[in-house]
Design a protein around this ligand. Structure first.
Ligand code: 5GP
Length: 200
């Protein structure tokens, strides 16, 4: 059987990375899609682990060379998903997790609808998000304000997702996240279904 996709979206600071790191440590059938970005590396982040960090010029070149499955401008920086490692992981039958914004979700859905599940994660309210971003202390107040405005416009599109998780209690959210992963693994491509049908 070929692999499946879980698209994860939600405002920065809602807990997507912590949840993903937890499940990555426990499941070797999961491949996390490492995006390429032009934003500056944050303290605690590592090249090739969180992102591939490149210049705007290099990013532009990779767009022209058709390297990206999708790309978008978020908070004034570019973020993109490279096609090749994704196709490889899907061929290996992996569950591929994308942490991408609402624009990326729309594009991936068009291409991979039959094998894709989508999940939007957010905080109980805007105040909680602001507090988390301030406590994380990785962004200036100006950047935090930008992220909050962006969060509001992303929240307006939560109905486009299969599931919504409100991350209030981490352990509880993790349990629900694992349930979504189980469901995501049950998707099959039309090709796999047709093959099954032929053999049946
Ligand atoms: P951050 O700067 O907090 O790591 O990410 C900012 C936003 O960019 C998040 O909403 C994240 O989901 C989104 N993002 C990260 N990588 C990609 C990508 O490859 N494509 C798209 N469309 N969005 C991305």
């Amino acid at each position: 059987m070929s692999g499946v996709i879980l698209v994860l979206s939600g405002p920065s600071g809602c807990g997507k990375s912590s949840l993903t790191n937890e499940v990555l440590a426990k499941n070797d059938d999961i491949y996390f899609s490492i995006s390429t970005t032009t934003r500056e590396i944050r303290e605690g982040e590592q090249e090739g682990v969180n992102y591939h960090y490149i210049s705007k010029e290099q990013f532009q070149k990779e767009i022209e060379e058709g390297m990206f499955l999708e790309w978008a401008e978020v908070h004034g920086n570019y973020y993109g998903t490279s096609i090749r490692p994704i196709e490889q992981a899907l061929q290996e039958g992996k569950l591929v997790i994308f942490d991408i914004d609402v624009q990326g979700h729309e594009i991936v859905k068009k291409r991979y609808a039959s094998i894709m599940t989508s999940l939007f994660i957010t905080t109980p309210d805007e105040e909680v998000l602001k507090t988390r971003l301030v406590n994380r202390a990785t962004d200036s107040l100006e950047v935090i304000e930008k992220r909050l405005i962006n969060a509001k416009s992303e929240m307006a599109r939560i109905c486009e997702y299969d599931f919504l998780l409100i991350n209030n209690d981490f352990a509880e959210t993790l349990e629900k996240f694992e349930a979504v992963l189980k469901v995501a693994r049950l998707k099959q491509s039309c090709q796999d279904r047709e093959q099954f049908c032929t053999g049946w």
